[in-house]
Design a protein around this ligand. Structure first.
Ligand SMILES: Nc1ncnc2c1ncn2[C@@H]1O[C@H](COP(=O)(O)OP(=O)(O)OP(=O)(O)O)[C@@H](O)[C@H]1O
Ligand SMILES: Nc1ncnc2c1ncn2[C@@H]1O[C@H](COP(=O)(O)OP(=O)(O)OP(=O)(O)O)[C@@H](O)[C@H]1O
Ligand SMILES: [Mg+2]
Ligand SMILES: [Mg+2]
Lengths: 252, 252
C-alpha cells in the first residue's frame, strides 16, 4: 500500500508546489514508484512536471466529481514519476463536491483503487482550508507543512493546526504530521532565523532537519518544466531537497 | 463616493496583503480617507495594520453573512486609515454565502452604506477565485493585480483575466483594471527581467510604472504591525510604494 502524503498550508506562496514536485522527483530517483496529485486549479504541479495543460481531456476534477477511473487520467512524466494533472475545471469542485454524499471521502475512495501501484502518493494542495484540502487530508497518512521563514507564514500555522486536529478527530484519526518544512530560508536575515527558531520551539523534532534555502534556481526550474534535479542538480536547492528525501525515506 | 479597489490574484504569496496595507498607508498620508477591508481568513491585513485579532467580537464575516452594520465593525488603526478586520470565521463564508439570495452582491450592498465616508476603499482578497473574491470584484470600481516576477505567477494571470472578464460581463460591467503591479522584482536575475518584459508585452500601459523590488524590510514590517512607511520609510520598498500611490492618485 502507498504512503499518501499531503503537502498543505493555507498560506499562499510558501513552497507547496515546489516541494511536491521535487520530493516526488527525488523519491523516484531513489527507485520508489511515485504518483503526484495536483489538486490546485492553478495546475502548477502539472506544468512544473513538464506536462502541457492545454490539451488535457480529463483531470483531477473528473476523478473527484465524475468518479472517473484514476488510472485513465494519470499521465507519465519524463522524470519517472506519474502525475494526476489538474485544470481550471477544479475551480468548480469546491462547490460541486458538497453535493456528493460523504464528500469528505471522495478522494480517499478513489485512491484505494490505485494505492497498491505506488510506494508514495503526494498531493499538492491549493492555498486554502476548503473542501479540496479537507479531501486531501482525509485521504492521507500524513502531511508535510511547508513554511516560508516569514512572519505571515508563522502567523498562519496555528489555524492550520486547528483544522488539522479537527480532521484528525472527526474524519481521519490515523493522519500524522510527517514534518514541518522550513522553506526560502535566507541565512543573512534575522527574520529567517527568528521564524525558524520559533517554529523549532513549537514543533520540536517534527521540524525536518533539512532546511530549503532561498535559491533562484528553484524558481527558474518550472519555466523549463523540470524538477530541480534535472535543471541544476548541483544547486543548493537541489541538494536540500535530496537531503529532505533521504530524511523522509529514513522515517519509513 | 469612494473609489473601491480590490487587490486580487489567486496565486498565493504574490504581495496582495503587503500591497493592500502599504497602498492604504500612503494614501492616508496623502490626506485621503481610507478603509482597508480584510477578506482573507488568514487576517494578515488585520495584523499587519497593528490590530490584535484575538479579541475581536465581530469582523468581515458578520458584515457579509449576518448583515451587521459595517460602521459597527470597522476599527481605527494608528496609521490614519480604518480597517474592517477578519478572523477565522471567514473560513465558513465561502459555503454559507451561497445560501444568501443574490450572494454576489452581498458586499456591494453593504459598502453602499459607508462609501460616502471614504475617498478610497481597498479590499485585500484571499488566494482564490471563489465566492469571496467574486464578491469583492462585484463590489469594486477597479482591481490591482499584484504579480510576483516568477514563472508560476505569470502562468496564473491568464485564468485570473478569464474570471475577471466573466465578472465584468455578467455582474459588474463598470469594473476596470487599475493596474498590474510587478512585485518582488530582483534586478540581478534574468527570471525577473523575463517575466516583467512578458507582462509589459501583454498588458502595456496597464502595468504600473512603479515596480516593487524584493526588499527584506517589507517582510520585516508586519512582525512589528506597521506599514513600511512607519517601519523603515527610507527603504527601497517604502519608496516604491510611495511612488505607486502617487501614480494611483494621478490616475484619478
Ligand atoms: N526555496 C526557494 N527559493 C526560491 N524560490 C522559491 C523557493 N521555493 C519556491 N520558490 C518560488 O516561490 C514561488 C512560490 O512557490 P510555490 O509556488 O511552490 O508555492 P505554493 O505554496 O505552491 O504557492 P500557492 O499557495 O500559490 O500554491 C514560486 O515562484 C517558486 O518558484
Ligand atoms: N517586495 C517584497 N520583498 C520582500 N518580501 C516581500 C515583498 N512583498 C511581500 N513580501 C513578503 O512575501 C510574503 C508574501 O507576501 P504577502 O503575504 O503580502 O502575499 P499575499 O499575496 O497576500 O499572500 P496570500 O496569497 O497568502 O494572501 C510575505 O511574507 C511578505 O512579507
Ligand atoms: Mg502551489
Ligand atoms: Mg494575503
Amino acid at each position: 500500500m502507498a504512503k499518501i502524503i499531503s503537502v498543505a498550508n493555507q498560506k499562499g506562496g510558501v513552497g507547496k508546489t515546489t516541494s511536491s514536485i521535487n520530493i516526488s522527483s527525488y523519491l523516484a530517483r531513489a527507485k520508489k514508484s511515485v504518483l503526484l496529485i495536483d489538486l490546485d486549479m492553478q495546475g502548477n504541479a502539472t506544468t512544473g512536471s513538464g506536462i502541457n495543460r492545454g490539451n488535457l481531456e480529463s483531470c483531477a476534477y473528473d476523478v473527484l466529481i465524475n468518479s472517473s477511473e484514476p488510472s485513465e487520467v494519470i499521465l507519465q512524466t519524463q522524470f519517472h514519476f506519474d502525475v494526476l494533472p489538474s485544470t481550471m475545471n477544479l475551480a468548480g469542485a469546491e462547490v460541486e463536491l458538497l453535493q456528493v454524499s460523504s464528500w469528505e471521502y471522495s478522494l480517499k475512495k478513489q485512491l484505494e483503487k490505485i494505492s497498491s501501484h505506488y510506494d508514495y502518493i503526494l498531493i499538492d494542495c491549493p492555498p486554502s482550508l476548503g473542501v479540496i484540502t479537507i479531501n486531501a487530508l482525509v485521504a492521507s497518512n500524513s502531511v508535510i507543512i511547508p513554511l516560508q521563514c516569514e512572519y505571515y507564514a508563522l502567523e498562519g500555522i496555528t489555524s492550520f493546526i486547528q483544522t488539522f486536529k479537527k480532521i484528525q478527530y472527526n474524519l481521519n484519526p490515523s493522519i500524522e504530521i510527517e514534518g514541518v518544512l522550513l522553506t526560502m530560508y535566507n541565512k543573512t536575515t534575522t527574520l529567517s532565523k527568528d521564524v525558524a527558531s520559533e517554529i523549532i520551539k513549537h514543533f520540536g523534532n517534527k521540524v525536518f532537519k533539512s532546511i530549503i534555502p532561498r535559491n533562484v534556481r528553484l524558481s527558474e526550474s518550472p519555466s523549463y518544466g523540470k524538477p530541480i534535479g534535472y535543471y541544476d542538480p548541483s544547486s543548493k536547492g537541489a541538494k536540500a531537497y535530496l537531503n529532505l528525501v533521504k530524511e523522509i525515506i529514513s522515517n519509513e
